[in-house]
Design a binder for this molecule. Structure first.
Ligand SMILES: [Zn+2]
Length: 499
């Protein structure tokens, strides 16, 4: 039995913090308020500290890191992660395990051996056995499902292939997967016509689970992309989660307000839609995401063959110039596949182009050639004003969207939750602390129907994070991202201490 005494309880519901103790035994909260505990109970003095439910990262790419007990999230007070986002999951591997690995490894970095989980049960069994720092919920990634079924092809699925995808998705959902995700800006998910998505959303709706989507566009085509997703939810009845909502690029910033209006109208109409956002102005992804989808058909080897053809290169370049909503000086290299180009990490495409005497796009394509298409980027996408509107919106849960790269990962991987409570709440005062805590506890728990989670209440799991509200801070920066946060004092997952 453990007594956290003399602290302030911020219970996840959004209610005002109140002074109190918390008593738990095994994995369950027993009592709140002024508590008596037996003499042999472990007592932790929480004077000056806040006691909250363990934080839930509803949008994570730590599918493999959780198995390695990576501490990046745990040190932020996170006790639960929802992995398998943006179409990338570590299962099912179907008949194409190597192609699935090649597809997913750009995002699911960091596992020191081959992996090839055939289905959700086996992945979740390994997670239950090995991932003892966090509770793991996992979405079935559409990109993975597609590659597992038909290889990295961008052809439309045949009726037989679509049948197999539906069946495999249904099996994964009944085997414990929390839902379905798409990554419609990434090949080959981008090749899927709306009808394919509709069939798979129907399977998801039948299972009563969540459909989370990285939409086709967050830039020039943001509003049409959102319409497509709302139509899917309307047609199938699936519960829709718009992943990392934002309007990318200055020329699109004004569209965010319209997107939020569309969401409000959809809710009014009865569509079960919500969204999530990370609390930073920059996003991070792979450099190939800036290329037209046709250039990526067939995976990296096919792309490299195209990049060796000057005529195809100039077509790729023209499309990138037309369709990239960010400025080249806003896009930074964060990781490369080999030591050859390591000196470019931390530099932006405009200045790399200038140094080489080339157009920024030529420099980017050259880099892809040299690094066998293995390049990660960070891009400043957002305005401060838009970010504030997103984070404070009642439909928004706050997420990390963090993923590991060898180089300079986005600081959100190491800092999101303390950054939210330190910088966004305490320093900028964008919202009250209890509202921010709600967005990373009860709200995501309700979205994914996680039983006994997200609140401080008797009978709920003892997933607990204790922090110093005056010291909490996400200290990770773009320059030094792998920096641990400050102010997390204790963390318990299912009653077992992790910090
Ligand atoms: Zn995404």
């Amino acid at each position: 039995m453990t007594l956290l005494h003399g602290g302030t309880l911020v219970d996840g519901s959004g209610a005002h913090p109140t002074p109190g103790d918390l008593l738990f035994d095994g994995d369950t909260i027993l009592a709140l308020g002024p508590c008596d505990a037996p003499a042999d109970a472990l007592r932790l003095d929480c004077t000056g500290l806040f006691i909250a439910p363990g934080f839930i990262d509803l949008h994570s790419h730590s599918d493999l890191q959780v198995l390695e007990r990576h501490r990046a999230k745990t040190d932020q007070g996170v006790t639960t992660e929802v992995v398998g986002n943006c179409g990338f999951s570590a299962y099912p591997c179907g008949a194409h395990p190597h192609e699935v690995q090649e597809f997913a490894n750009g995002i699911l970095f960091g596992y020191g051996r081959d992996w090839a989980w055939p289905n959700a049960q086996q992945y979740l069994a390994d997670a239950a056995a090995q991932a003892d720092l966090v509770n793991v919920h996992s979405l079935v990634g559409h990109g993975t499902l597609r590659v597992a079924t038909m290889g990295p092809s961008q052809a439309p699925a045949t009726p037989a292939e679509l049948d197999r995808m539906e069946q495999s998705l249904a099996e994964c959902l009944s085997g414990g997967a929390a839902g379905f995700s798409t990554g419609l800006m990434y090949a080959p998910g981008s090749a899927a016509p709306t009808e394919e998505l509709e069939a798979l959303c129907r399977v998801t709706a039948r299972a009563g689970k969540v459909y989370a989507t990285h939409m086709r566009s967050y830039g020039d085509d943001l509003l049409n992309s959102l319409d497509e997703q709302l139509a899917l939810a309307r047609a199938t009845g699936c519960r829709l989660q718009i992943s990392h909502l934002q309007a990318v690029g200055r020329r699109n910033w004004h569209k965010q307000a319209q997107a939020l209006e569309k969401l409000a109208a959809a809710r009014h109409e009865g569509i079960d839609v919500a969204f999530d956002s990370y609390p930073y102005l920059a996003g991070s992804t792979v450099l190939t995401q800036l290329l037209p989808a046709w250039a990526l058909d067939g995976g990296a080897p096919a792309l490299l063959a195209r990049l060796a053809d000057p005529a195809l290169c100039s077509r790729i370049k023209a499309t990138m110039i037309e369709q990239t909503p960010q400025q080249w000086s806003d896009i930074f290299i964060t990781a490369v596949g080999s030591p050859t180009s390591e000196r470019l990490v931390g530099h932006d495409l405009a200045s790399i182009g200038e140094t080489l005497g080339e157009h920024p796009v030529d420099a980017a394509l050259h880099l892809l050639r040299v690094e066998s298409a293995n390049v990660n980027i960070l891009a400043f996408n957002q305005s401060d004003d838009n970010l504030r509107h997103l984070l404070t919106h009642p439909l928004c849960t706050v997420i990390s969207d963090g993923f590991y790269v060898k180089g300079r990962p986005h600081p959100r991987l190491y800092g999101t939750f303390p950054f939210l409570l330190g910088e966004i709440v305490r320093e900028r005062r964008w919202m009250p602390l209890e509202q921010a805590i709600h967005k990373i506890t009860a709200q995501p728990a309700a979205r994914f129907a996680m039983p006994r989670q997200g609140l401080l209440a008797p009978g709920y799991y003892a997933d607990l994070t204790v922090f110093d509200p005056t010291a909490i801070a996400g200290r990770a920066t773009y320059e030094a991202p792998e920096t641990a946060p400050a102010g997390i004092r204790h963390c318990f997952r299912r009653g077992r201490r992790t910090v």
